[in-house]
Design a protein around this ligand. Structure first.
Ligand code: ADP
Ligand code: MG
Length: 705
C-alpha cells in the first residue's frame, strides 16, 4: 500500500481550492495525463511540472518611462472608472503617477468587482505587460493588482509554466504553489555519500528551488535541484527494473532442449550459411532455453541482419522439446512477411505452421484455434489477435516477440498467461538499434544478443542527398536505372505529423506523377488507408515484379523484404527521424546488386537536419546512427516514446542526465545485492521513492512482499 506520507500528493488536482472538474481536465491535458485510461492529474504531477521560463517583476518604471512590450510593475493612483456603453467595449480605468497617466483595460469585466479591486483615489501596485494604444500607455488584464503593503509579498521573479488553452498562468502558478505546500518532508532515500559529493539539497528543498528560479540559468536541466530530482526519477526506474529482473530470474522456467533434428532439416533447406554473430546468438538463446530459469532475451540486429532465421531455429528447439512456439509481429504485413520466411523452412522440417491475425475469421480461424489447442499446429505467427481469450495452446513453451517497442508490458504479460502457468521463454527481437542509454532505461540489464554483421554478399548502399527542387533529375535517374535493369524501386513520401490526410495526399500526388512518367501499370501505391487485403495485393505485385515502383507512406517501414528492390527514394527526408530513415533504407541492399538511396530534402535545411542527413550518407551502422539520433534529437523523439513502451521521464532528460543514469543503475544494483528486500532504513525510504514515481508495481515482486 502507498505510504501514508504520500497520500496528500496523490490527491487529484481538483482537491485544490478553485480547481473544479472543468479546470481539472485542462490540468490533465497540460500535465500529459491520459484521461481516457481513467487517469486524473494529481498534486504530484504538478510538482514535476518544472518551470520553462521566468517573469521578472522587479522592473518598476514610472509610467512615462514604461517601455512597450515589457513586463513592468508600476505604483499608480486610481483616478476614474470608465464603464463601456456597449458590452463589446472594454472597461477602462485611468490611473496616474507623477509622470503621467495610463489605462488599465478589462474585457468582459464586472463593474462591482473592479470597483472593489481598484477603488478611485487609492494607490495600487499593478503588474503586467505594457502596451501602447494611440500614444497612451495601457495594461490589459494586469497579472497582479495589490495594495502597496502587499507589494512585498508579490514574488519578485515568477516561474512560467507550460500551458494549455483555457488555463491562465495565475491558475497554474497557484496550483503548483498549492501542491508544493502539500509536499511533505520525505525521508532521504539517496546514498549520503552521493548527496554530499553532488552537494544536492534534500528532496523538498530541491523541489522548492526548482519552482523558484531566480534567473534564466536556473531553468537549465543542469541545475543541482533539477539534477537531484532527475536522479530520483532515474533511480526509481533502475530500482524497479532491477526488482523485476531479480524476480524474473527466480521464476521457475522449463528446460527447453531438443536433439537438433528439426533444426538440421531446416538448415539443410537454407540457401546460405549463418554468419558468425547469428551462430553466437543461437548458442546464447539455446543456453537460456536449456536452463531452469525463465528466459527473457533481446535479439537486437539491424534490418536485414537475419534475426528471423535465428528466431526460427529457437522455435524449432521448442518444437523438438515437444512444445509449441509463437511469433508475434506488430503489424499484419510483418506477420505475413515472417510467415513467408518461416513457413517453407518449418514445413521442410515437417511441421505445421499457421497464421493468426485480425483477418483470419470464421472457419479458417476455428481450424487454427483447434490446431493450437490439440497441438497439431506447431508454430503460429500472428499479431495482437493472438491475445484473444479463446486462443488456447496445448503447450506453449516459447514466444518470439518482434519489434517489441511497439508492444506494451501488458501484452507481454498477456502472452505469458497463455503459457504453462506463465512458464514461457521469451525472445524479443528488435530491428531498432536502441542506444545503450535507452536500453538501460527500458530493460535494465536484460540479456542481449546482437547481430553485428550483415549476411555475406551484401553490397554497401550508395546514399546521396538531393534538394527537392531537383526532384525531376531524381525521377530521370530512377528511370535510367530501371532501363539499365534495376528491378524495383521504393518511393517514400513525407510523413506529416498528426494529419494522415496530408500524408495520404502527398503519396497520391507522387503516385499520379510517376504513373504518368512510367505508365500506370508499373507504379503502385500503398498507404495506411488501404485495407489489409489491398495492401497485401499491392505488396505481392511489387514482390513479383508486376509493379516496379512502389510509392508509399511509411507503412513499408518495418520488415518488408523484397530482395530485388535496389532503389529507395525518400522525399522530405529532413522530416524523418534518423533511425526511421535507416529502417527504410534497410529495405534495399538486400541482395548482391548495387543499391541506391536518394534522400530528397526540402529547403531551407536547418543546421541540425543537415548534420543528420550527413550522418546517413556517411554510415550504415545502425548503432552509430541511433546514438547520433539520440544526441541530436533527445530521447523522447528517438523512438516516439509514447508508442514505444519506453519509459517517459518527467524530470530526467537523457541527453542532459545520461551520466546520472549510469550512476543510478550501479546504485540500484549494489543496493539490491545488499538489501534485496528493501528492509533496511534506506531500503524503506527507497520504497517511498518507488511509490512517489509510481513504480511501486515492482514492490509486489519482492520475495517477502
Ligand atoms: P531481419 O529480420 O533481421 O531484418 P531477416 O531475418 O528478415 O532480417 O533476413 C533478411 C534476409 O536475409 C532474408 O531474406 C533472409 O533469408 C536472409 N538471410 C538471413 N541470414 C542470412 C545469411 N546468414 N546469409 C545470407 N542471407 C541471409
Ligand atoms: Mg525480419
Amino acid at each position: 500500500m502507498r505510504p501514508q506520507i504520500l497520500f496528500k500528493l496523490f490527491a487529484p488536482v481538483t482537491k485544490l481550492s478553485g480547481i473544479g472538474p472543468r479546470l481539472g481536465k485542462l490540468f490533465d491535458r497540460v500535465l500529459g495525463i491520459d484521461a481516457e485510461s481513467g487517469g486524473a492529474a494529481k498534486l504530484v504531477d504538478l510538482l514535476w511540472h518544472w518551470p520553462t521560463g521566468i517573469i521578472d517583476r522587479r522592473f518598476a518604471p514610472k509610467i512615462a518611462a514604461a517601455p512597450e512590450g515589457q513586463i513592468a510593475t508600476i505604483t499608480v493612483e486610481v483616478e476614474a472608472h470608465m464603464a463601456p456603453h456597449n458590452p463589446r467595449q472594454p472597461y477602462r480605468i485611468r490611473c496616474c503617477d507623477e509622470t503621467g497617466s495610463m489605462f488599465l483595460v478589462f474585457f468582459h469585466a464586472k463593474a462591482d468587482y473592479l470597483e472593489k479591486l481598484l477603488p478611485v483615489g487609492e494607490t495600487r501596485v499593478v503588474s503586467g505587460r505594457i502596451e501602447r494604444f494611440r500614444d497612451q500607455v495601457q495594461m490589459t488584464h494586469p497579472d497582479h493588482v495589490a495594495r502597496p503593503e502587499e507589494f512585498a509579498s508579490l514574488a519578485a521573479i515568477e516561474p512560467v509554466y507550460g500551458m494549455t488553452a483555457g488555463l491562465t498562468p495565475k491558475v497554474m502558478t497557484k496550483a503548483v504553489r498549492g501542491a508544493l505546500e502539500q509536499a511533505p518532508e520525505l525521508p532521504e532515500w539517496l546514498d549520503p555519500a552521493l548527496l554530499q559529493r553532488e552537494t544536492w539539497l534534500p528532496w523538498r528543498e530541491a523541489l522548492r528551488t526548482l519552482h523558484a528560479p531566480a534567473g534564466n540559468e536556473d531553468l537549465l536541466p543542469t541545475t543541482p535541484s533539477r539534477r537531484r530530482l532527475a536522479y530520483d526519477e532515474l533511480l526509481a526506474n533502475q530500482l524497479a527494473l532491477s526488482l523485476v529482473r531479480a524476480h524474473q530470474r527466480r521464476l521457475p522456467g522449463r528446460r527447453i532442449a531438443g536433439k537438433g533434428g528439426l533444426r538440421a532439416k531446416a538448415k539443410a533447406a537454407l540457401p546460405f550459411e549463418f554468419t558468425a554473430s547469428q551462430s553466437a546468438a543461437m548458442r546464447e538463446i539455446e543456453s537460456d532455453m536449456g536452463s531452469e530459469s525463465r528466459m527473457l532475451r533481446l535479439l537486437q540486429g539491424d534490418v536485414g541482419s537475419g534475426k528471423t532465421v535465428v528466431a526460427l531455429m529457437a522455435m524449432l528447439t521448442a518444437v523438438e522439446a515437444g512444445m509449441q512456439a509463437v511469433m508475434m509481429a506488430p503489424t499484419e504485413i510483418l506477420a505475413r512477411q515472417h510467415l513467408k520466411t518461416i513457413a517453407p523452412l518449418a514445413e521442410a522440417a515437417g511441421l505445421r505452421v499457421a497464421l493468426l491475425t485480425g483477418r483470419e475469421k470464421g472457419r479458417t480461424r476455428d481450424e487454427i484455434l483447434a490446431g493450437l489447442a490439440d497441438g497439431s499446429v506447431h508454430i503460429v505467427v500472428g499479431t495482437h489477435a493472438l491475445f484473444q481469450d479463446d486462443v488456447e495452446f496445448r503447450d506453449l513453451g516459447f514466444a518470439v516477440i518482434d519489434e517489441q517497442h511497439r508492444f506494451g508490458v501488458h501484452q507481454r504479460l498477456g502472452l505469458a498467461a497463455k503459457g504453462n502457468e506463465g512458464r514461457i521463454d521469451v525472445l524479443v527481437m528488435t530491428a531498432t538499434p536502441i542506444p545503450r542509454t535507452l536500453m538501460l532505461c527500458a530493460y535494465g540489464d536484460m540479456d542481449v544478443s546482437r547481430l553485428t554483421e550483415k549476411p555475406a554478399g551484401r553490397q554497401p548502399i550508395d546514399t546521396r542527398t538531393v534538394p527537392l527542387a531537383r526532384v525531376d533529375e531524381v525521377i530521370a535517374g530512377v528511370h535510367r536505372q530501371i532501363e539499365l535493369g534495376a528491378p524495383r524501386a521504393y518511393w517514400v513520401c513525407p510523413m506529416v505529423e498528426e494529419t494522415n490526410e496530408l500524408d495520404f495526399t502527398a503519396a497520391t500526388n507522387r503516385h499520379n506523377d510517376l504513373a504518368k512518367r512510367f505508365g500506370a501499370k508499373r507504379v503502385g501505391l500503398i498507404h495506411s488507408r488501404l485495407k489489409g487485403a489491398e495492401k497485401d495485393s499491392v505488396m505481392a505485385r511489387f514482390s513479383s515484379g508486376e509493379i516496379q515502383i512502389l510509392v508509399s507512406t511509411t507503412v513499408i517501414e518495418v520488415g518488408v523484404d523484397v530482395p530485388e528492390a535496389t532503389i529507395m527514394v525518400i522525399e522530405h527526408a529532413e522530416r524523418f527521424g534518423l533511425a526511421q530513415i535507416h529502417q527504410l533504407r534497410g529495405r534495399i541492399g538486400r541482395s548482391n546488386r548495387n543499391s541506391h538511396c536518394i534522400l530528397v530534402y526540402g529547403e531551407p535545411l536547418s543546421e541540425n537536419a543537415r548534420k543528420r542527413l550527413t550522418i546517413l550518407r556517411e554510415t550504415e551502422d545502425g548503432f552509430r546512427i541511433a546514438e547520433e539520433d539520440l544526441r541530436l534529437r533527445g530521447a523522447g523523439e528517438v523512438l516516439g516514446t509514447r508508442q514505444s513502451g519506453m519509459p517517459e521521464f518527467r524530470l530526467a532528460d537523457l541527453a542532459a542526465h545520461g551520466d546520472l543514469l549510469q550512476v543510478a543503475r550501479d546504485d540500484a544494483r549494489l543496493f539490491l545485492e545488499r538489501d534485496p528486500e528493501l528492509a533496511s532504513e534506506r531500503g524503506k525510504n527507497l520504497r517511498v521513492l518507488l511509490y512517489l514515481f509510481e513504480r511501486d508495481a515492482a514492490i509486489r515482486l519482492i520475495r517477502s512482499g
